[in-house]
Design a protein around this ligand. Structure first.
Ligand code: COA
Length: 211
């Protein structure tokens, strides 16, 4: 009995972390960790993971020439990454973490770029598009085009927050819980809060630890 248990432990220890057994057709999938549910409908898409990813992630790509790049040592409790249409990018920097039920969505060739060591709380939605069109009543011209999103290094995004098209947040900022951003916040080290978020503190940084 004792030997049996030891043997099981040993085999778990040596179990490979990577599982890249599926055929994704004309797409490139690099170092896909376990607990990633990946569906791709399209070609020339690239999905690249850095080392030591942990957590659960659903990735869905419908279209061609898209890129999902996740940095080293990221931890996503349970998140969804979705790209539809062509030429989109979702790039997430090293050591970024994410609570449960976060969503990162792009389409129409737009990109979401997130820096290193960012911390997303739970239920954060990040999306570069509105999903439906607002049109000029006379000309029929679409007024709400999709826009890129850029979040700098070491940014903390509070729970239930919404990050919409065109958002840019500088390094070391904190977005307060249940806030909404859709503009550029160019000053580093600010606390942003509310809907739409305004700067409520300047000259700060933050730490994952309670000090
Ligand atoms: C961002 C946060 C940490 C800032 O805390 P803080 O710097 O101590 O700010 P305060 O609580 O002193 O609030 C400062 C002002 O901003 C306002 N404010 C704070 N959070 C707000 C929000 N989400 N929406 C609108 N206003 C907000 C306060 O009412 C206060 O207004 P006043 O100056 O008129 O009185 C905090 O607001 C927060 O969101 N905490 C939760 C973070 C989170 O999601 N944690 C989950 C684990 S990752």
């Amino acid at each position: 009995m004792f030997f049996k248990r030891q043997h099981k432990k040993e085999s778990q220890k040596t179990k490979p972390q990577k599982s890249l057994s599926k055929d994704y057709g004309e797409n490139e999938v690099v170092d896909l960790p376990k607990n990633i549910r990946l569906t791709i409908e399209g070609k020339n898409n690239r999905i690249v993971f850095g080392e030591k990813f942990s957590g659960v992630l659903n990735i869905s790509i419908v279209g061609d020439n898209n890129l999902v790049q996740i940095g080293r040592e990221c931890n996503f409790k349970k998140a969804t990454i979705s790209i539809s249409t062509n030429d989109g990018k979702i790039i997430i920097g090293d050591n970024t973490t994410c609570g449960s039920n976060c969503q990162f969505r792009t389409k129409e060739g737009r990109s979401i770029r997130i820096g290193k060591d960012c911390m997303f709380s739970s239920n954060v939605h990040v999306r570069t598009y509105d999903g439906h069109s607002i049109l000029d009543a006379k000309s029929g011209e679409r007024l709400n085009s999709s826009q890129d999103i850029v979040i700098g290094n070491h940014v903390w995004i509070g729970f239930n927050s919404i990050v919409l098209k065109g958002t840019k947040i500088a390094d070391n900022c904190i977005l307060s819980a249940a806030s909404l951003v859709s503009k550029e916040y160019g000053e580093q080290g600010c606390v942003l809060a509310g809907t739409p978020a305004r700067v409520i503190r300047e000259g700060v940084t933050w730490d994952r630890k309670i000090i």
